[in-house]
Design a protein around this ligand. Structure first.
Ligand code: GP9
Ligand code: MN
Length: 416
C-alpha cells in the first residue's frame, strides 16, 4: 500500500523538495534545452595541463562564459551511464546494486521528459548505440521520451568508428539535421561515446601526446578527453552556424568517473600527491557541470552539488514549478540548498567535511579529523560528521523504498 509513501513524501516535501531560486526562475523559459552527457569526464582534467598542454581548451574557454559548478559530484553506481541518466531524469538515487534501467524500467516515475512533455516540449535522446543497451528503449518509452535516435539513425562505418562505435565528431555532425527538424521547443539529450574505457583513438585523431605512467588507461585517457573536447567545440560551431544556439541553453555534464582506483599510482603521480587517500578518492568523483546560457556571462560556483540536483535546476530555469515534484535534489541556483551531497555508498560531502569509510575529513584541507565508530581521542573532531551519517543513510533508504516498492504509483503529482 501507500503508507510507507506518506512518510517518505512528507520527508521529501519538507526536507529536499524546494521552490528554487526566484532570480533564475524561468530565465530560459521556452528555450530549447540541449543536454550533453560527456562520457567518463572527470573534473580533474578541467583547467589542467598534461606535459604543459591544456587538456580541455574548449571546455575551459566555455566555462569562462558559463555557470560552472566546480564541486559537483556524480552519484552513480553499477549502472554507470544509465545511472547518471536515471538520476538526472528523476532526482532519485540509483540502486545500490544493478541498474534501475534494467531492474525497474516499468515503474511509475515522474520523470523530466514526462514533465517537459506536459509543458509542450518535444523530448529525445541522441546516442549512436544499440537501443537496447542498458535497456534504454524500454526505459525511455516508459518515462516519456518522444524519440530515441539510436545507432540506426546514424551512418556508422568502419571509417568513422572507434572503440564503442561512432566517433563523437561524426556523431555531432550527423545529429545537426535532426536538431534542425525537431519541433521546438525541445529537450535533446546527447550522450557521447568516444571517451570510454579503454579510451581507444585512431592515430589521426590524437592531437596531444599520451601521458607517461604505468597506467596505459590513464595515458590514453588524456587523448580521448581532448578528442571529446574538440568534438564539443565543433558542435558549438554547428549550433551557431545554424542559429540553433540563439534559441537554446546548453548543459554539459560528466556522467561518472573514467579512471578507477586501479590506477592509484599513476593518478598520484599526475596529481602530484604523496598519498592516494580515501579523501582523494571522493574528491575525484567530481565531474564537470556546466550551464551555458547564451548572452549570459555566468561564473564559477563553488558550493557543493550533485547529479540529483539537475532535474529541479532544469525545471526552475524553464519556469516550471518544481515544488509539486518529489525530489532528493534542489535547484543549484537557489541559495537555500541542502547542505550535503550523498554518494551511493553512504559517503557524503558537506560544506565543511568529507566523510567516507568511517573517516571524517576537513573538506578544504583534506586533513583527517578522526574516525567514527572507534574509541579514539579525536572522536570529538570526527563527531562533526556524525549527524549526517544517519541522515544520508535514511535518504538513500527512502530512495530505495520508492524504487523497489514502485511507490510513486500511489502518488498523485497533479494534486494541488
Ligand atoms: C553505452 C554508453 C556507455 O551506450 O552509454 O555506457 P557505460 O559503460 O559508461 O555505462
Ligand atoms: Mn558512461
Amino acid at each position: 500500500d501507500g503508507n510507507e509513501l506518506a512518510e517518505i513524501a512528507d520527508y521529501m516535501k519538507e526536507e529536499t523538495t524546494t521552490k528554487g531560486s526566484e532570480e533564475f526562475h524561468g530565465i530560459a523559459e521556452g528555450k530549447n534545452v540541449i543536454f550533453v552527457s560527456l562520457e567518463s569526464l572527470q573534473s580533474f582534467v578541467i583547467d589542467n595541463t598534461m606535459n604543459g598542454e591544456e587538456v580541455t581548451p574548449f571546455l575551459n574557454s566555455l566555462i569562462d562564459e558559463s555557470y560552472y559548478f566546480e564541486n559537483f559530484y556524480h552519484q552513480t553506481e553499477q549502472g554507470k551511464t544509465s545511472d547518471s541518466e536515471f538520476i538526472i531524469e528523476n532526482s532519485l538515487y540509483p540502486s545500490p546494486r544493478g541498474a534501475v534501467y534494467f531492474t525497474h524500467a516499468q515503474n511509475d516515475f515522474h520523470s523530466l521528459p514526462e514533465i517537459l512533455g506536459e509543458n509542450d516540449y518535444y523530448t529525445s535522446v541522441l546516442h549512436p548505440n544499440n537501443k537496447s543497451f542498458w535497456n534504454r528503449d524500454v526505459m525511455y518509452d516508459n518515462i516519456g521520451y518522444d524519440h530515441f535516435y539510436d545507432d540506426t539513425a546514424y551512418d556508422v562505418t568502419d571509417e568513422n568508428s572507434v572503440g564503442w562505435g561512432l566517433k563523437d565528431k561524426d556523431f555531432f555532425e550527423q545529429s545537426i539535421p535532426y536538431l534542425e527538424e525537431m519541433p521546438q521547443p525541445y529537450y535533446a539529450k546527447f550522450i557521447t561515446l568516444t571517451n570510454h574505457y579503454p579510451f581507444d583513438l585512431d592515430e589521426e585523431d590524437a592531437t596531444i601526446d599520451q601521458y607517461d605512467s604505468n597506467s596505459n588507461t590513464l595515458n590514453k585517457y588524456f587523448q580521448t578527453v581532448r578528442y571529446m573536447d574538440e568534438a564539443v567545440e565543433d558542435f558549438f560551431d554547428y549550433l551557431k552556424e545554424t542559429g540553433i544556439y540563439d534559441d537554446s541553453i546548453i548543459i554539459l555534464m560528466g556522467d561518472h568517473y573514467g579512471i578507477s582506483d586501479f590506477h592509484k599510482k599513476a593518478m598520484k603521480m599526475y596529481l602530484d600527491e604523496d598519498e592516494y587517500t580515501d579523501y582523494l578518492h571522493v574528491q575525484l568523483q567530481r565531474v564537470p557541470f556546466i550551464v551555458h546560457i547564451p548572452g549570459q556571462e555566468g561564473k564559477v560556483i563553488s558550493k557543493i552539488a550533485g547529479q540529483v540536483d539537475v532535474k529541479p535546476t532544469i525545471l526552475n530555469l524553464l519556469g516550471i514549478d518544481s515544488d509539486t515534484d518529489l525530489s532528493f535534489g534542489t535547484d543549484l541556483f537557489d541559495d537555500e540548498r541542502k547542505d550535503y551531497v550523498a554518494l551511493r555508498d553512504g559517503s557524503f560531502i558537506t560544506d565543511d567535511y568529507v566523510y567516507t569509510k568511517d573517516q571524517c575529513y576537513d573538506r578544504e584541507t583534506g586533513e583527517l579529523l578522526g574516525l567514527i565508530n572507534t574509541a579514539t581521542d579525536d572522536e570529538d573532531e570526527a563527531a562533526a560528521c556524525k549527524p549526517y551519517i544517519e541522515k544520508v543513510e535514511n535518504e538513500l533508504n527512502y530512495s530505495d523504498q520508492i524504487i523497489f516498492g514502485d511507490l510513486f504509483r500511489f502518488y498523485d503529482f497533479d494534486k494541488k
